[in-house]
Ligand binder design. Structure first.
Ligand code: HEM
Length: 224
């Protein structure tokens, strides 16, 4: 796998807006862990009863998917990539394997525990995660580091949806909307996961080309 220099972040401020976003997401994940997922440890809880017909499938889905969700955060760290490239590679391989297992088993779970109006959502979420992660892997194998990063940015939100959905669904007003609220939240967050990352990538490229244009114009003025 050819190495390419990765853009230096030395000049950037140590606290960037992406750190604030990760902090908010981390808090949301903790909220979901303590308010909902903790009940998976209690055999008499609603979730354990719901998953009783397919306990091993849920295990095979939940553990790898959770691992991918946790590892994914570190894969976006420029510091880790620059200072510990080997760790980034190893964690990347585990991330890809976990995402593939988690996403494929999710399709079986969605068939076995049917919520008919949400089966297609699960299929699109799994398919989106698999396609984008596969493309990110292909890019890095080709030495295309920038595209690899962009496809990781497109893929990870399919996992983030798990947390975001459960936070929104815990709001009493949304709970009060019943199945309509559930379907609205699931499809809306999935739609955002599909288009928001590409919009962010396009805006970043636009801002970079604007800056380059300004610099070139400034250099021309100075020369003239
Ligand atoms: C492709 C993305 C994903 C799809 C399509 C998917 C699909 C599903 C489905 C259909 C269920 C059963 C819901 C039910 O009927 O009660 C489920 C439950 C679960 N999933 Fe996923 N999931 C995905 C990503 C994730 C991620 C990233 C995690 C990481 C934590 C995760 C962890 C779990 C857990 C722990 C459960 C059982 C507890 C619960 O429902 O809160 N899944 N998932």
């Amino acid at each position: 796998m050819p190495d390419q220099p990765i853009a230096s972040v030395a000049q950037k401020s140590p606290i960037q807006s992406k750190h604030a976003l990760w902090a908010v997401f981390g808090l949301m994940a903790l909220f979901v862990l303590f308010t909902r997922e903790r009940s998976l440890l209690d055999p008499s809880s609603f979730l354990r009863q719901r998953y009783a017909p397919v306990p091993w499938l849920m295990f095979l889905h939940g553990i790898p998917a959770a691992l991918a969700l946790a590892l994914g955060v570190f894969q976006f760290s420029s510091r880790l990539r620059q200072r510990h490239l080997q760790a980034h590679r190893v964690m990347g391989r585990i991330y890809v394997a976990s995402a593939v297992i988690g996403a494929l088993v999710a399709i079986v779970v969605a068939i076995k525990l049917p919520i008919p109006s949400l089966f297609m959502a699960s299929l699109i979420q799994s398919g989106g995660w698999l396609i984008t992660t596969g493309t990110a892997l292909y890019c890095v194998r080709q030495g295309k580091i920038q595209q690899h990063k962009e496809w990781m940015m497109r893929g990870y939100p399919f996992a983030m949806v798990f947390i975001v959905n459960r936070v929104i669904l815990s709001i009493p007003a949304v709970q009060g909307m019943g199945v309509f609220g559930l379907i609205t939240v699931v499809w809306s967050t999935l739609a955002l996961a599909c288009f928001l990352p590409s919009s962010v990538i396009a805006w970043q490229a636009l801002a970079a080309s604007n800056n380059a244009g300004k610099k070139a114009a400034g250099a021309q003025k100075t020369a003239g």
